[in-house]
Design a protein around this ligand. Structure first.
Ligand code: GLN
Length: 204
């Protein structure tokens, strides 16, 4: 059974551990470089990307994690995790560090400040059956994606968000580039295990 780490510096760690275990994986928390070295894959949870970036430096995980991702370790980032994986962040902090792995530009807190969170149904490529109920919490969207990035889901036209709906419609909110998967939403909060199962299938 492969061991999947959940980066446990900040954010909703426990929910991901539970979801991964329900998918038949072994899930462990990762806070130290030795713990990172022991996992076959990693999940970067939602939380606050600026705080997580700072803690990655403090816990001396930034460079080792960058190296593992560049080396092909299957990686899934949700919300703040997606922001950390992006090549570039719009509306980020100037000192925010990127892990890389995803050739995308994301916009932080893209859906507007009036409405912090919303839910919508998404069709996600690779997830058969009913649409995925997606929970967005101060979420980013993908503003630009490179040629090697597969867009798995976009904001549907009928979605009502804090941003003007015209600006949000069509924005990618689930993407994959080889061994790296990212969603702007939080599948760990709904009890629907299909996104975690999709990630589980990216492991050998
Ligand atoms: N707005 C947060 C950030 O910038 C992300 C929110 C989340 O992970 N739910 O990191």
């Amino acid at each position: 059974v492969p061991v999947i780490g959940v980066l446990a510096l900040q954010g909703d760690v426990r929910e991901h551990v539970r979801a991964l275990e329900a998918c038949g994986a072994r899930a462990v928390t990762v806070r130290r470089p030795v713990e990172l070295a022991a996992v076959d894959a990693i999940v970067l949870p939602g939380g606050e990307s600026t705080t997580m970036s700072r803690l990655l430096v403090t816990f001396e995980l930034l460079d080792p994690l960058r190296a593992r991702i560049a080396d092909g370790m299957p990686t899934y980032g949700s919300c703040a995790g997606m922001i950390l994986l992006a090549r570039e962040v719009l509306d980020g902090r100037p000192d925010q560090e990127q892990l890389g792995g995803l050739d995308v530009v994301v916009r932080r807190n893209a859906f507007g400040r009036q409405v912090d969170s919303f839910e919508t149904d998404l069709d996600v490529t690779g997830v058969p059956g009913d649409p995925v109920r997606a929970v967005f919490i101060r979420a980013p969207w993908v503003e630009k994606a490179g040629d090697d990035v597969e867009v798995l889901a976009t904001v549907p036209d009928h979605t009502v968000t804090g941003a003007d709906t015209g600006a949000a419609a069509g924005r990618p909110v689930a993407v994959r580039q080889g061994h790296v998967l990212a969603t702007a939403f939080h599948p760990e909060l709904t009890g629907d295990l299909r996104i975690h199962a999709l990630f589980r299938k990216m492991l050998p």
